[in-house]
Design a protein around this ligand. Structure first.
Ligand SMILES: N[C@@H](CCC(=O)N[C@@H](CS)C(=O)NCC(=O)O)C(=O)O
Length: 202
């Protein structure tokens, strides 16, 4: 059976959601940051970078949430990757954009607001990150104009991967209301049974 390491509230969350979308049986293994389990000898054998998520499926030991999600889709539900070469390329484009460009400023705000004590919080770094978001959210909003989904007008791994980053705007209190198509897309996707199941794990 597939084994997934890390809690649904961490970067592993998008992999739990993907596991639910592909309908795979899996076993969850919590990793306690408090007890430094992610830096333990046994976990470093699974991911030498000492980070979650990690996944074991048979002989495969894999880390990096996006790589895990592409693997799960390809093996268990390939239609999530798009039907044509062009759609497959777009699924990768949106996924890589989410992890490389959109996620860093959002995560910086999340860390500053949730993990940095008041006296050490770097307000200028929060503001710098906040300034980076409008053009990216607007490009997403434009892509969703007249489209329910990002690629090929059907739910794909691009929606899952990008949504898993955009939805961090909610706990950081970043106002998305001017991005009406994005808000509608978040709402539509939140109705998916696999999403609901993943949220119930939190
Ligand atoms: N690029 C990695 C990032 C993983 C990551 O940063 N995970 C965090 C939890 S959300 C972690 O394990 N942090 C522990 C550490 O950096 O020591 C991915 O997407 O899987």
């Amino acid at each position: 059976m597939i084994k997934i390491f890390g809690s649904p509230q961490s970067s592993s969350g998008r992999c739990y959601w993907c596991l639910e979308e592909v309908g795979a049986n899996y076993e969850a293994q919590a990793i306690s940051f408090k007890d430094k389990e992610h830096k333990s000898e046994s976990f470093l054998k699974i991911n030498p970078n000492g980070k979650v998520p990690a996944l074991i499926d048979g002989d495969l030991v894999l880390s990096e949430s996006m790589a895990i999600n592409f693997y799960l889709a390809e093996k268990y539900k390939p239609e999530l990757l798009g039907n044509s070469i062009e759609d497959k390329a777009k699924v990768r484009q949106w996924s890589f954009w989410a992890i490389a460009d959109l996620q860093p400023p959002i995560i910086n705000i999340f860390i500053q607001k949730n993990f940095v004590p008041d006296e050490h919080r770097d307000q200028s770094s929060i503001e710098k990150s906040e300034k980076k978001l409008p053009p990216m959210l607007e490009s997403l909003n434009q892509q969703l104009k007249g489209n329910n989904f990002l690629v090929g007008n059907k739910f794909s791994l691009a929606d899952l991967n990008v949504n898993s980053v955009v939805s961090i705007c909610i706990p950081i209190n970043y106002d998305l209301s001017e991005y009406k198509n994005v808000v509608k897309w978040l709402e539509t996707i939140s109705q998916r049974p696999a999403f609901q199941k993943y949220i119930s794990l939190n």
